[in-house]
Design a protein around this ligand. Structure first.
Ligand SMILES: *Cc1c(COP(=O)(O)O)cnc(C)c1O
Length: 423
């Protein structure tokens, strides 16, 4: 029927009208060359530099991780062969769950096919099992957490982002004996800020609430063994459920929750989005374990990432670019308009061979559209210098405002690059 197609076309047209229709770059990553990749835009394929990857530490191309994946695929096959419920669990997945429980110092872990599914299944199942549960959810929580809250059917209250006073007000208003679940993230990935985890744990104790934290943008990257911000701050024991992904800093695929044996066993037994879907293939599980084990012992990648992120922030800010304040490895540069944000991204790719995906609504609130830059250990100082010059040229070309009125003194935009590098 013709009108069916029209409905889909209208939905897409509406996005075009709002200037938030998304185009995905057609890329081919090359082992050993990250962050360089081949960009295929139909006619001319060319090498570009990726500045927005969530393969934060380049573990997706780590030789040990690749070797494990190849070896296990060769010996155990390509697929998992079914749901764990019907077909049992591949042994590498058992090992992975032990590794994750150990990483976060919890009794048990449960692996899902993605971080998205782990939040959706984890939050919804926990909140559904708690009688008359009240969920307190940070206003900037990720879409996967919002989906989990929704699916639980539980009452929810949203507290203003990282606002302890507001959270306490909501907790205090609820019956002390009522089940409560506070859901929040450690590192918020669009602003790069960090939650006041200890203070939230204190409030949870005071008001008899459970805590669920998403450490997706922190696992592998913070803490002595890469377990995240809770590890860095000595707080792993204060949070009931720690959730993470294997797809970002660990460079593979999958998501997980860790917690008490009873809680993990209950989610394993009751979550349909765990029970009725095929498990991760053994090769991916084994590769993830290799990546986790490597980052438990090696701090080199973490240190280099922090170093390059700090350098990028310093160099871009010195060039007068509107770098948003960030406590982490994430470097957001504000544009504040969806059309200009997309135009800046297109211009960077076309003229400079730099790929930075524009971040528009609904990923961030309208009016805060931005370029989100994620330096890795493989973005060396020369690449940062190139990025800075390209951004400055783009800002001028599009008439975007510089910080501190530096746009008015064109010649003044000559930042001293890497002031710390020589000293
Ligand atoms: C990416 C992301 C997820 C989902 O993880 P995947 O493994 O990519 O599905 C969950 N939470 C946050 C905050 C994320 O940014």
């Amino acid at each position: 029927m013709k009108q069916y197609q029209q409905i889909f076309q209208n939905a897409v047209d509406a996005l075009h009208e709002e200037k938030r229709y998304r185009v995905f770059a057609d890329l081919q990553r090359q082992v050993g060359k990250f962050p360089k990749a081949i960009y295929r835009d139909g006619s001319d394929d060319r090498e570009i530099t990726i500045w927005c990857s969530n393969d934060y530490l380049g573990m997706g191309q780590h030789p040990d991780v690749i070797a494990t994946m190849q070896k296990v695929a060769g010996s155990m096959g390509a697929g998992a062969g079914g749901t764990r419920n019907i077909s049992g669990t591949n042994h590498p997945l058992v090992e992975l769950e032990h590794e994750l429980a150990d990483l976060h110092a919890k009794e048990a872990a449960l692996v899902f096919t993605s971080g998205f599914v782990s939040n959706e299944a984890g939050i919804s199942t926990i909140a559904r099992l708690l009688p008359d549960c009240l969920i307190l959810s940070d206003a900037l929580n990720h879409a996967s957490m919002i989906e989990g809250v929704r699916r639980s059917g539980a009452q929810k209250q949203i507290f203003r982002h990282n606002d302890l006073a507001h959270l306490e007000e909501l907790l205090a208003a609820a019956d002390i004996d009522r089940a409560k679940l506070i859901v929040f993230e450690s590192v918020y990935s669009m602003d790069g800020d960090i939650a006041p985890i200890e203070a939230i744990a204190d409030l949870a104790d005071k008001y008899n609430a459970m805590t669920y934290i998403d450490e997706v943008h922190a696992v592998g990257m913070y803490g002595e063994r890469g377990a995240g911000i809770c590890e860095r701050e000595g707080l792993m024991g204060r949070i009931d459920v720690i959730e993470g992904t294997l797809a970002k800093a660990y460079g593979t695929l999958g998501g997980y929750i860790t917690g008490s044996s009873a809680l993990i066993d209950a989610v394993r037994s009751y979550a349909p989005n765990f029970i009725f879907t095929t498990a991760l293939p053994p090769a991916i599980a084994a590769a993830a374990t290799t990546s986790i084990r490597h980052l438990k012992k090696s701090g080199v990648e973490r240190a280099a990432q922090q170093n390059q992120a700090a350098t990028a922030k310093r160099v871009l800010a010195a060039a007068g670019l509107p770098v948003m304040p960030s406590d982490t490895h994430i470097v957001p540069v504000m544009v504040g308009d969806p059309v200009l944000c997309k135009a800046a991204s297109d211009h960077l790719m076309k003229k400079h061979g730099i790929y930075i995906q524009p971040i528009n609504y609904p990923t961030v609130p309208r009016g805060t559209e931005r370029l989100r830059i994620t330096p890795t250990p493989f973005h060396d100082d020369a690449l940062i210098e190139h990025l800075s010059a390209a951004l400055v040229e783009t800002w001028k070309e599009l008439g975007l405002p510089f910080e501190h009125g530096q746009d008015e003194e064109e010649d003044a935009v000559k930042p001293e690059l890497f002031p710390a590098a020589g000293g």
